[in-house]
Ligand binder design. Structure first.
Ligand SMILES: NC(=O)C1=CN([C@@H]2O[C@H](COP(=O)(O)OP(=O)(O)OC[C@H]3O[C@@H](n4cnc5c(N)ncnc54)[C@H](O)[C@@H]3O)[C@@H](O)[C@H]2O)C=CC1
Ligand SMILES: CC(C)CC(=O)C(=O)O
Ligand SMILES: [Mg+2]
Length: 345
């Protein structure tokens, strides 16, 4: 565990800056005085694009690479054509820094509201592949804008990419008490990619006899996320399925404002990046209604990743206690203050 932390901060768009401010507030409050926190803010996102046309210049990427970790708010704005920032900034970062494990824990905190009947014991983690699938930009369109337009968006799945994320998921499953790993795909239809995933999953599984495994098609998985989410422990899946499933997971565990994530580069070659699962929420940006808890829980993941386990647990405990006492709407700032007070007090 290092006694210094060099953190890149990308507040981004919409509610991004609002929730990141609260994440930094809690981080500052929880770190012991002898850990030297240095933050550098990066002005990336819609405003930068409007001013300069830039999304993520190489020089910025190089500077970002020098930090221990990155805290990101959200990227995307209605005034920028869809995809320009999401692809040119967010996905560029994830790909450039080889964030092949997109870690998304889901937990139903005590006394948090769920739309599900009863109170299922939900505590699972989705290991979403972060650098491949249909998000690589492999596609194109012919006869664009005509009635005969043809568009493709190819899902890229490499043996190398699938094996490393599946192996990571087995390691995580083995380290958890229930030791269960579920592969989610759609190998009854997406037979090429699906069989690569399933064969890899089965082959690597032979090295982990202590891990119980099962397989679900993604459509069936959405049923169980609602009817029996307690059945899940660790889930491994591709980039697109993982994106969709983790918004659903958030919805059944208290809402998107609570869902944290880490884009992990397990080899440590590049800084890992922590961000809420949600986007820039333009519909509530500037209103002070955004829930910063997802960002604060992402700070806990960041702390754990950098070896500050005690502080990570303190943040999670503070969030648990705060959630138990929440009643009615509260401002973004007030939630950050309440959690920061608990980690210090
Ligand atoms: N990692 C990222 O930076 C992501 C960026 N996006 C981008 O964000 C923009 C908006 O995307 P949407 O599909 O609307 O998804 P979104 O996650 O921004 O919003 C979906 C709904 O959830 C609500 N919501 C989101 N975060 C919340 C919070 N912390 N507290 C309370 N309510 C919250 C919003 O108000 C909205 O009603 C788009 O440009 C999209 O591409 C979307 C997802 C992830
Ligand atoms: C905006 C996308 C690129 C990503 C997304 O929705 C996500 O990672 O959850
Ligand atoms: Mg998403």
């Amino acid at each position: 565990m290092s006694r210094s932390l060099s953190l890149a901060v990308i507040p981004g768009d919409g509610i991004g800056p609002e929730v990141v401010a609260q994440g930094l507030k809690v981080l500052g409050a929880v770190l012991p005085p002898d850990v030297k926190l240095e933050t550098r803010e990066y002005d990336l996102g819609a405003a930068r694009w409007h001013a300069t046309g830039e999304t993520l210049p190489d020089a910025e990427l190089e500077r970002l690479a020098g930090h221990d970790a990155i805290l990101l708010g959200a990227i995307g704005d209605p005034t920028v054509p869809s995809g320009v920032l999401e692809r040119g900034l967010l996905l560029k970062l994830r790909f450039a820094f080889d964030h092949f494990v997109n870690l998304r824990p889901s937990k139903l905190f005590p006394q948090t509201a769920t739309p599900l009947q009863g109170r299922p014991d939900i505590d699972f983690v989705v290991v979403r592949e972060g650098t491949e699938g249909p998000y690589t930009g492999n596609g194109g369109s012919l006869r664009t804008g005509t009635p005969a337009e043809v568009a493709t968006e190819v899902s890229v799945n490499t043996a190398y990419g699938v094996e490393r994320v599946v192996r990571d998921a087995y390691e995580r499953a083995r380290a958890r008490p229930r030791r269960k790993l579920t592969l989610v795909h759609k190998n009854n239809v997406l037979v090429h990619a699906g069989h690569l995933w399933k064969n890899t999953f089965d082959r690597i599984g032979r090295e982990y006899p202590e891990v119980t495994t099962d397989y679900l098609h993604v459509d069936a998985a959405t049923i169980f996320f609602v009817t029996d989410p307690a059945r899940f422990d660790v889930i491994v899946t591709d980039n697109l399925f993982g994106d969709i499933l983790t918004d659903l997971a958030a919805a059944v565990t208290g809402g998107i404002g609570l869902a944290a994530s880490g884009n992990i580069n397990p080899t440590g070659t590049f800084p890992s990046m922590f961000e809420p699962v949600h986007g820039s929420a333009p519909d509530i940006a500037g209103t002070g209604q955004a829930d910063p808890t997802a960002t604060i829980l992402s700070v806990a993941l960041l702390l754990r990743h950098l070896g500050h386990e005690t502080e990570a647990v303190r943040v999670e405990d503070a969030v648990t206690a705060d959630l138990a006492e929440r009643s009615g709407p509260r401002s973004t700032d007030a939630t950050g203050d309440a959690i920061a007070a608990r980690v210090t007090g």
